[in-house]
Design a binder for this molecule. Structure first.
Ligand SMILES: [Zn+2]
Ligand SMILES: [Zn+2]
Length: 426
């Protein structure tokens, strides 16, 4: 069944135009009206612009990617246009979409679908549903993308599509916010099979001890998986919602030759631009690591005029507009044929998941023991501890959906203003 007709994510048409109406709404976006017909100016800058025609070409695959999961994973397949094996782009959404809090078709895959240079890609967009094995709990017991569940899903789907439709030498991954972390985490385990990685607005959390705390480097086996992987991270320089990747890049590329370039790229509104500072490191093997930092807060959308601008949602520019270079970056890289992921010899699902679960269990036991030891020591020292609860909560929040993030940004802005006022008063 095609995606427009499927009830996995229901679709109805906007009452005013050809596009799909947003969930629980009558229109595609707040600006769309009967009088305002121009496709460019008649819609909000981030309107999903999804037509029945486009979604009818897409479909959902159900995949059992964890034998213990309550439900099968659901993955949207966007078949690439053209002949021959297509490159594959796996897209991971942010926290706002977990368990259907937000409309799946808004704020992610819709923006990728606008990009003409991605039309030949077969895009895979799994729904972040906590019962399906593509999500796991992180160390703070929050939902995050599950590396091995995702890899099992990807493997199954590549098998179903077959070598005439997809090219295993060109598997790319991108994700936004929580999905940026997810894309990194996938690379920590399977980076040797990926042709390119483009995390947007988020960081790697180095889960399960991949980068032991207290200095030093990531584990040698992890570094090996990253060794040949081209990476380009996009980030707004003032973004602190899902962490900043700057320190990781500086550490991991330390001592390498660095090039810098200043770009001025298109913004969300046609007449507004964004300054981007590019840092590019060439590693010994020649594969680039790049950090594209947009000068924020971004004011390239009228919506932001009334307040302090966008500090997080960079994907609204990177995904739809070829000028931001993501597709060109992917196109320039692929995995050599003899090293690509061979889905036919891939170990079966249960082996994969068992391996991850054993590793997680070992890690959790180790952390538990460490915590218990620290608690005992703390109790012995009996020093009163002060915890800034507000700060903890702010750090813990990783909201990604446009509206949710905007509200969050507004709140933080108010907090900043309050802090500023206090500072002046003091
Ligand atoms: Zn409309
Ligand atoms: Zn619209």
């Amino acid at each position: 069944m095609n995606a427009w007709e499927s009830d996995i994510v229901p679709c109805t048409q906007c009452v005013n135009c050809n596009f799909r109406a947003e969930r629980n709404k009558e229109t595609c976006c707040s600006k769309c009206s009967k009088e305002n017909e121009c496709e460019l100016h008649g819609h909000e800058a981030h309107c999903p612009r999804l037509t029945q025609q486009v979604l009818s070409l897409c479909y959902w695959e159900s995949v059992r990617c964890d034998a213990d999961a309550e439900e099968e994973a659901k993955c949207l397949i966007v078949p690439g246009s053209g002949e021959g094996p297509r490159p594959v782009l796996l897209f991971l959404t942010g926290n706002g979409h977990v368990d259907d809090r937000q409309d799946f078709y808004s704020g992610g895959i819709d923006q990728l679908l606008r990009n003409n240079e991605l039309k030949s890609y077969t895009m895979l967009a799994p729904k972040p549903l906590s019962k399906t094995g593509v999500m796991r709990r992180n160390e703070k017991w929050r939902w995050t993308w599950c590396e091995d569940g995702l890899w099992a899903m990807l493997t199954q789907i590549l098998k179903r599509l077959g070598p005439t439709k997809v090219d295993p030498c060109r598997i790319y991954v991108t994700g936004l916010s929580l999905g940026a972390s997810g894309s990194w985490h996938l690379a920590l385990r399977y980076g040797q099979y990926l042709a390119g990685l483009a995390p947007v607005s988020g960081v790697c959390h180095w889960p399960h001890g991949a980068w032991p705390k207290g200095g030093g480097n990531p584990l040698p086996e992890v570094l090996e998986r990253l060794a040949n992987l081209p990476v380009r991270a996009y980030q707004i320089d003032v973004d602190r919602y899902a962490g900043s990747p700057v320190k990781d890049f500086e550490w991991l590329c330390w001592g390498l030759k660095e090039e810098q370039e200043d770009l001025n790229l298109c913004g969300m509104e046609v007449d507004r631009r964004v300054d981007v500072a590019v840092r590019r490191w060439s590693r010994d093997d020649g594969q680039p690591w790049e950090l594209w930092q947009a000068k924020g807060p971004l004011k390239d959308w009228k919506y932001y005029d009334g307040w302090d601008g966008d500090k997080h949602c960079l994907w609204n520019r990177v995904y739809p507009f070829p000028e931001w270079g993501m597709a060109a970056f992917f196109k320039a890289h692929q995995v050599p044929k003899d090293k690509c992921w061979n889905v036919e010899v891939a170990s079966d699902l249960s082996t994969m998941m068992a391996k991850q679960k054993a590793e997680e269990a070992a890690w959790n036991t180790q952390q538990e023991a460490k915590r218990a030891k620290e608690e005992m020591e703390a109790a012995q020292e009996a020093v009163p501890m002060e915890v800034d609860q507000g700060q903890l909560e702010t750090l813990g929040k990783m909201s990604t959906g446009d509206m949710e993030v905007m509200q969050e940004q507004k709140r933080l802005r108010q907090d900043e203003e309050l802090e500023g006022a206090h500072a002046v008063a003091a």
